[in-house]
Design a protein around this ligand. Structure first.
Ligand SMILES: C[S@@+](CC[C@H](N)C(=O)[O-])C[C@H]1O[C@@H](n2cnc3c(N)ncnc32)[C@H](O)[C@@H]1O
Length: 240
C-alpha cells in the first residue's frame, strides 16, 4: 500500500514532509493553538510529568519542529535538551523562540532525521516525540534508532493523534477534520494540502494498542498508552 504523503508526488514521504513543514512553519504555532483551542499544551505538560520520576538530565526531543516539547521539558531542570528535525524552516522559528525565552544555552535545535541521526548509543536519559512519529517515512526504523540512542532504563514518551472511537467525539472529530481544519489551514497557512494530509495521516497511523505492539516488536519494554482529549490523542510510554 502506498504511504499517505502530503503532496502525492514522486518525491519520498520524507522530502514531502520536510517541504510541507517548511511551507507552514510561519503559521505552525498559531494554527496549532487555533485548531486545538490550546489543548495540545496540556498534553505535552502531562507527558513531562510522566517522565519526571526518573529525573532525566539529557533529553532528546525528536521531530522538535518549533521546539514546544523541548521547551516543556525545561520543567525537569535538565542539563541539556537537544531537538532534532528534518525541517530547517520549523527550527528557524523554534530558535527565534528559544532566544526570546533565553533558553538557547540549554536547548539546541539541530538538523537530524529520527531514522538515521547518529547521536551516540546509550546517550540520552529520555526521548520525547510530539506529533512526529505519524510523519516518519519508516516508523520502525525511527523507533529502533531512538532505542539505540536511549540509555538502558531510559524513557521514551510519544504523544500522537489518534482516531477517536466513541460517540460523540468521533462525530465531532470527523466534522472538524473534514470541514474546519482544511478550511482554516488553507486560509492561514496557504498550503492547500497540509491540513488535508493531517486527518489522512491520522487515519493511516497504527494508534493505541497497534502502536504499543510495534514498540515492543522493535525492542522497547513496558510499552503502554493512555488516551487524552477523549481519544483525540494518546501518550505512549516505553523503556529501554
Ligand atoms: C507536527 S510537527 C510536531 C512539532 C513538535 N514536536 C510539536 O509537538 O509541536 C512534526 C514534525 O516532525 C518532523 N519530522 C517528520 N519526520 C521526521 C524525521 N524522520 N525525523 C525528524 N523529524 C521529522 C517534521 O519536520 C515536523 O517538524
Amino acid at each position: 500500500m502506498n504511504p499517505v504523503t502530503p503532496y502525492n508526488n514522486t518525491e519520498s514521504k520524507k522530502e514531502q514532509v520536510a517541504q510541507m513543514f517548511d511551507n507552514i512553519a510561519f503559521r505552525y504555532d498559531f494554527l496549532n493553538s487555533l485548531l486545538s483551542l490550546g489543548i495540545h499544551k496540556g498534553w505535552r505538560k502531562k507527558c513531562i510529568k510522566l517522565i519526571a520520576h526518573k529525573k532525566p538530565s539529557a533529553i532528546l526531543d525528536v521531530a522538535t519542529g518549533t521546539g514546544d516539547f523541548a521547551i516543556a521539558a525545561m520543567k525537569l531542570n535538565p542539563t541539556k535538551v537537544i531537538g532534532i528535525d528534518i525541517s530547517e524552516g520549523m527550527m528557524k522559528f523554534g530558535r527565534e523562540k528559544l532566544k526570546k525565552m533565553n533558553l538557547d544555552k540549554t536547548i539546541t535545535l539541530q538538523y537530524g532525521d529520527a531514522e538515521t541521526c547518529d547521536l551516540p548509543d546509550n546517550s540520552m536519559d529520555a526521548i520525547t516525540v510530539g506529533f512526529g512519529v505519524r510523519n516518519f517515512e519508516n516508523l520502525e526504523k525511527g523507533l529502533a534508532n531512538m532505542l539505540r540512542i536511549l540509555k538502558p532504563g531510559g524513557q521514551l514518551c510519544v504523544l500522537e493523534f489518534s482516531s477517536p472511537r466513541k460517540f460523540p467525539v468521533k462525530q465531532f472529530y470527523m466534522f472538524h477534520f473534514k470541514y474546519i481544519t482544511p478550511t482554516l489551514g488553507r486560509m492561514f497557512s496557504k498550503d492547500t494540502r497540509a491540513y488535508t494530509y493531517l486527518p489522512e495521516s491520522i487515519k493511516a497511523f497504527p494508534d493505541n494498542e497497534r502502536f504499543t505492539a510495534i514498540l515492543e516488536k522493535v525492542g522497547y519494554q513496558k510499552a503502554t498508552f493512555s488516551s487524552v482529549g477523549l481519544g483525540l490523542a494518546a501518550i505512549y510510554m516505553a523503556e529501554k
